[in-house]
Design a protein around this ligand. Structure first.
Ligand code: R2B
Ligand code: URA
Length: 309
C-alpha cells in the first residue's frame, strides 16, 4: 500500500460510525471516569487539535510537564495546574492531561488497552465537537536495521503476519481496515525531526501481540526457532517489506484513526537495532535522551500552529 485517502470531514472532526450512540442518554466513558452529562465536554475539550498518546503513564506525565514549561510564558492564560490535573483519575486506568490545544494520555502496552483508550477518547472528542484533529503515538520500539536513537516514523502498520491492515474482530467475524498513515502528516512531522538535527527513518512497522516470540526474540520464556531463522526473518522484513521497526500498537492506532477520519502519526524512538541482538542493554541515560528528543520534536509539532498565530 503506497498511500491512503483519508476522506476527512471538512472541519477535521471525529467521524464516529455507531447509530446506537444516538439512543444513549448519558455515555459514561468508564475507563476515564468521565461522562457527557456531568462534564461540559465541549467547554472542556472543544479546542483540542492534537492528541498525543504513548504507552507509559510516566512518559505522558513528563510530556505534559515539558509542554506546559514550553508554553507557560507564551500563553499567559494557561492554567498553572494543567500539567498536574489528571483528568482520567476517577477511572483509575489511564492518565490524561490537557495542555492548551493538546490532549495527552497513555494507552498501556499492546492492542487491548490501546483499543479501549481509543474508543473512549474518540467519543470524548466527538461529543466535544473538537476540530482539525491529529492523533500522535509517541513510543519506543525495536529498530530493524535502525540504530538506537533513530526516530522511526510509520508509513503502514503491519500485523505480525505482515498484513497492511488491522483485523478488527466483532461478533465472531473479522473486518480488515487499512493501517496506512497520512502522508502529509508524516512529511510535516519529519521536517520537525530534521530541524532538530535528529536521525529518522520512514518505513513500515510491524505491530505484534507480544514483545518476545511475536518480535522473533530468542530471549523469551519460550523459543521454537533458531537465531539463524530469526535473522533471516528480520532481514526479509527489511529488504522485502521495508520494515524499519517493531512495536505493539501502530497498526491498530493508525487503522482506528483512519476509521474515525482523523489524521494520525506514529513516531517511535528505537531502543536497539534488532539485527544486533534482542536484549535492551543501552545505558539508561541514553534511552532517557532518545525519549526526551522525541518529546521535544512532538512539542515543536503540536505548538507550531499555536505559536505561529
Ligand atoms: C513499545 O514498547 C512497549 C513494549 O516494551 C510496547 O508498548 C511498545 O509498543
Ligand atoms: N518496544 C517493542 O515493542 N520492542 C522493542 O524491541 C523495544 C520496544
Amino acid at each position: 500500500m503506497t498511500s491512503y485517502d483519508l476522506q476527512m470531514n471538512s472541519d477535521g472532526s471525529v467521524q464516529l460510525q455507531n447509530e446506537n450512540l444516538k439512543n444513549i442518554d448519558v455515555d459514561f466513558l468508564y475507563h476515564f471516569g468521565i461522562d457527557n452529562k456531568t462534564t461540559n465536554l465541549e467547554k472542556a475539550f472543544g479546542d483540542v487539535n492534537f492528541v498525543v498518546m504513548g504507552g507509559s503513564e510516566g512518559r505522558m506525565e513528563s510530556f505534559a510537564k515539558a509542554l506546559y514549561n514550553h508554553l507557560k510564558d507564551k500563553l499567559p492564560d494557561l492554567d498553572p495546574q494543567c500539567a498536574q490535573n489528571d483528568l482520567a483519575k476517577k477511572g483509575g486506568r489511564y492518565v490524561m492531561f490537557k495542555i492548551a490545544n493538546t490532549l495527552i494520555l497513555n494507552h498501556g502496552m499492546g492492542f487491548g488497552s490501546l483499543s479501549i483508550a481509543l474508543h473512549e477518547v474518540l467519543k470524548l472528542l466527538f461529543y466535544a465537537k473538537a476540530k482539525n484533529l491529529t492523533f500522535i503515538r509517541m513510543g519506543t520500539c525495536g529498530g530493524v536495521g535502525q540504530e538506537a536513537g533513530t526516530i522511526c516514523i510509520t508509513k503502514t502498520g503491519y500485523t505480525q503476519l505482515i498484513e497492511p491492515y488491522f483485523p478488527y474482530a466483532a461478533c465472531g467475524k473479522v473486518i480488515k481496515l487499512p493501517s496506512t498513515a497520512c502522508d502529509e502528516t508524516i512529511k510535516n512531522f519529519s521536517e520537525h525531526v530534521d530541524r532538530a538535527g535528529l536521525t529518522y527513518a520512514i518505513g513500515n512497522t510491524v505491530s505484534t501481540d507480544d514483545f518476545y516470540e511475536g518480535q522473533g526474540r530468542t530471549d523469551g520464556a519460550f523459543c521454537h526457532y533458531t537465531s539463524e531463522e530469526k535473522l533471516q526473518w528480520l532481514r526479509e522484513l527489511s529488504s522485502v517489506h521495508n520494515v524499519i521497526n517493531f512495536e505493539m500498537e501502530a497498526c491498530l492506532f493508525i487503522a482506528s484513526c483512519n476509521r474515525a477520519k482523523v489524521k494520525s502519526l506514529c513516531a517511535c524512538a528505537a531502543m536497539l537495532n534488532r539485527l544486533n541482538g534482542d536484549q535492551i542493554t543501552s545505558p539508561k541515560a541514553d534511552m532517557v535522551k532518545y525519549v526526551e528528543d522525541l518529546i521535544n520534536v512532538c512539542i515543536s509539532f503540536v505548538t507550531e500552529p499555536l505559536l505561529s498565530k
